[in-house]
Design a binder for this molecule. Structure first.
Ligand SMILES: NC(=O)c1ccc[n+]([C@@H]2O[C@H](COP(=O)([O-])OP(=O)(O)OC[C@H]3O[C@@H](n4cnc5c(N)ncnc54)[C@H](OP(=O)(O)O)[C@@H]3O)[C@@H](O)[C@H]2O)c1
Length: 309
């Protein structure tokens, strides 16, 4: 496993994070096994959100922590808030009141006195940055939250937050995989008239690098917006052919190669994996053992159906 320094205390975090968005059908015992497997592989970072299965995912992890309090110190736990569903209506809420209530809800469900990182989940156009500052400052001061970050934000939103929020934005969690590359395509097609050159997120990768903001890539094995897994998928035959070949050469699975492709970006970057199977956690953790040459990286990019100018 590889590690990066993160946050105000420079904690060493694994570059593979175990995402727990899909654990709602697991029992606490199965979840405990998943967590222990991750820890055994050197994965010490765990990602949740208050909205995952309406809080059920956090409650399951909370049960694990109440059965096994010894695990808490071994786990760096991140959660997110700001996505609401009220009577079937989805919306985003970064109001002081909602952030404050959300943090307390997260701590209660997780059965812990603090989380190591809190992310604002999806941009709320109506956000008032001064209010966000008040909510985050109070939570940090009370020891409920250690570090602060964002998710799915563009550079200008982060600039706005950095102007008014005293806590540093430590990370931005964005969607990125070998088959989902808008943040990369635009940079490769600067000055071109093709659609690939359309700048959708304001050079977010370069911006994070410039500002020492850790990039956390989510859905590292998915294509589209939750359309499915590209590994073994006939829609991505060429990509799978290349991944399989490299996997065979390096003695790992093609999924591990696909994650290594994300981690090859030359900055502090973490891959948030979402498997619920302990066996797969072991396979995917080996992604940090894979070495991809520049040539292989570009080969994978193009095998996914992308072109270069
Ligand atoms: N910030 C955001 O807006 C945002 C959005 C979405 C997700 N996330 C975070 O990112 C994490 C990962 O997202 P994700 O679950 O979409 O990631 P993922 O790792 O791309 O997908 C995991 C899913 O793929 C399935 N899968 C099928 N074949 C697989 C294979 N060969 N290897 C591994 N998994 C395979 C897994 O099933 P099995 O369980 O059966 O292995 C699981 O359902 C989430 O848990 C969450 O923490 C954040």
């Amino acid at each position: 496993m590889n590690y990066i320094e993160f946050g105000k205390n420079n904690v060493m975090l694994s570059t593979v994070i175990l995402g727990m968005m899909r654990i709602s059908s697991l029992s606490p015992k199965e979840t405990e096994n998943l967590i222990e497997t991750a820890l055994d592989c050197g994965i010490n970072a765990f990602d949740l959100a208050d909205c995952y299965a309406d809080g059920l995912c956090e409650r399951i992890v909370g049960k694990v922590l109440s059965n096994r309090p010894d695990l808490r110190d071994k786990m760096w736990i991140q959660s997110k808030c700001g996505i609401r569903r009220d009577d079937g209506l989805k919306y985003f809420d970064f109001s002081k009141e909602h952030i404050t209530e959300s943090i307390d809800g997260i701590l209660t469900r997780l059965n812990t006195d603090h989380i190591d990182s809190l992310l604002l989940h999806r941009p709320d156009t109506l956000m008032e940055t001064e209010e966000i500052n008040e909510a985050i400052e109070a939570a940090v001061k009370a020891g409920k939250v250690i570090d602060f970050g964002v998710s799915n934000m563009n550079p200008m939103m982060i600039e706005l937050l950095m102007r008014d929020v005293k806590e540093r934005v430590c990370t931005n969690q964005i969607q990125l995989s070998a088959a989902f590359t808008p943040s990369i395509d635009a940079g490769l097609h600067v000055n071109m008239s093709s659609d690939a050159g359309i700048e959708r997120d304001g050079s977010i990768l370069e911006y994070c690098k410039l500002n020492n903001i850790v990039i956390q890539a989510w859905s590292v094995l998915q294509y589209g917006f939750f359309e499915g897994v590209f590994i073994g998928n006939s829609k991505y035959a060429e990509l799978n052919k290349v991944l399989d070949r490299i996997a065979k050469e390096q003695g790992v699975t093609s999924s591990a190669v696909a994650i290594a492709w994300v981690l090859r970006y030359p900055h502090k970057i973490q891959a948030v994996i979402g498997t619920t199977q302990a066996k797969r956690v072991r396979e995917l953790a080996l992604s940090t053992e894979v070495t991809l040459s520049r040539r292989e990286w570009y080969e994978i990019y193009q095998a996914a159906g992308n072109t270069l100018p």
